[in-house]
Design a binder for this molecule. Sequence first.
Ligand SMILES: *Cc1c(COP(=O)(O)O)cnc(C)c1O
Length: 388
Amino acid sequence: MTNTIPKAPFKKAASETGDPFLLTPGPLTTSRSVKASMVHDWGSRDANFGAINKAVLQHLPEIVKGAEDYIAVPMQGSGTFAVEAMLTTFVPPKGRVLLLVNGAYGHRAKRILDIAKRRALVHETPEDTLPDLEKVERLLKRTPSITHIFAVHCETTSGILNPVDEIGALAEKYGKSFLLDSMSAFGALPLDVGRAHVDAVAASSNKCIEGVPGLGFVICRKEAVIAAKGHATTLALDLHDQWANLEKTGQYRFTPPIHVIVAFHQALREFAAEGGVEGRGRRYRENCRILIEGMRALGFRTLLPDHLQAPIIVTFHMPTHERFVFQHFYDGLKERGYVIYPGKLTVADSFRIGCIGRLGEKEMRGALAAVREVLDEMGVSDPAAKAA
Ligand SMILES: *Cc1c(COP(=O)(O)O)cnc(C)c1O
């Protein structure tokens, strides 16, 4: 009988280009100007494209304070292509990697190493728990065969912020090479690759720099790239070969994602105009604060305590209220112009809402208003309550 009553009309929010806002781990909402920069054709040997590509690669190491000794090596593909390129280029056949795992991206690194037949040792903690650095130190002490340490900066599975500087200090103390997946943190959370003793850090075009998807990159200590010659297990993902060829000819070995790189260049200009890591980080922290305060006021609970939460993506416990149906919640938000993301945790049933991309206070408050409306529609007054 209730389905004969028409739904109350609601306001539908939309980005500058009329699309729903993406409150997800990426790809993300981008500016109109970033998208508009792509409405051209370029040949891969086009001189303008060559100059744009060079400017992008020169700028990237500065973002992590690596302008002096570090270089950026691009890798066609999504972020995982860059992580796989990093691991398989830097870890030699006789190497052994200590992986600090507290989420899906740590597990993915393990799969990459298994497939490449590189030895790995895993220190795993639950998704809401930091690595135990005392245990890590004991492992380093008693396992001299370890050559590399791999960690994930912000583990996007939960949104937890891992202690990069402390892990780097251990790598330095025990003479190990430190490889970092900073995909979802790059450009928003401060990172000083020299101070953190990072040899290589992987990231991509479509996260906090707010470009479109299609380009990964690895910022590496130049000496480490030179020393990695001949390690690669594949042709396409060989960072040494990619770098050497770019150095020699200024050209990519295989077709570059030209439009993505041109859009990335525009995104980097907008990133610099916003004040770089400091400005972007400030906007995301504010987005995160508004989101968490608003969701808690509506009765939701975050997975992580505030001191472990990175201002990138927030995991909320799935409401226990009997009338809460996630698909209805998701669809109701999407109809109103906000796309959220299911959880993929093993420790708890959950969903995630991102704070990154071309979003500010207005969008975060709009998303909260939409959450409230959809809860009302479902008849859920207190999401944490068990029964109506
Ligand atoms: C997004 C992300 C990746 C890469 O994922 P792709 O889907 O391949 O772009 C890797 N690591 C982390 C931590 C990420 O957030």
